[in-house]
Design a protein. Structure first.
Length: 142
């Protein structure tokens, strides 16, 4: 097993992100086939009402690991539980890290040009997709 410090965590919701006030966090690669990653974070209790409806649900996260300068990893999995401990909420997720191509920026740009984006719209959409690490959909995807 390998573990890494979590620097930032964002929950995707309605094409936006909820950015948590992170107190501490760890992500562990259990090196198993099914749900190989375990993510546990401690966040501000201010998020309790927002998060209660997500418990038990499939979620998408962006998780920055080890250093703030690292690109966030796209995580998809289940929000297993939320426990109130002292002055914090403990959140537990299990799932997978979505590995994106090292050529992801070029692929995003090609995709957006193919979709007809130009000029400032191209730049804005490119920035948004790079920030969200959106999975690219092709005509082959169902």
């Amino acid at each position: 097993m390998k573990s890494f410090k979590v620097i930032e965590i964002r929950l995707e919701h309605n094409n936006n992100f909820i950015i948590f006030d992170l107190i501490d966090g760890i992500i562990i690669n259990k090196e198993t086939e099914e749900d190989p990653w375990l993510l546990e974070t401690s966040i501000s209790p201010d998020f309790k009402d927002i998060l209660k409806d997500f418990v038990g649900q499939q979620v998408n996260l962006l998780v920055t690991i080890t250093r703030p300068s690292n690109e966030p990893a796209r995580f998809t999995g289940v929000f297993n539980e939320m426990i109130e401990i002292d002055n914090a909420l403990s959140l537990i997720f299990t799932g997978r890290i979505i590995v994106q191509s090292p050529n992801y920026p070029e692929e995003v740009l090609e995709y957006l040009i193919g979709e007809g984006y130009e000029d400032i719209d191209l730049l804005n959409e490119f920035k948004a997709m790079m920030e969200s690490r959106t999975e690219l959909k092709t005509s082959d995807d169902n």
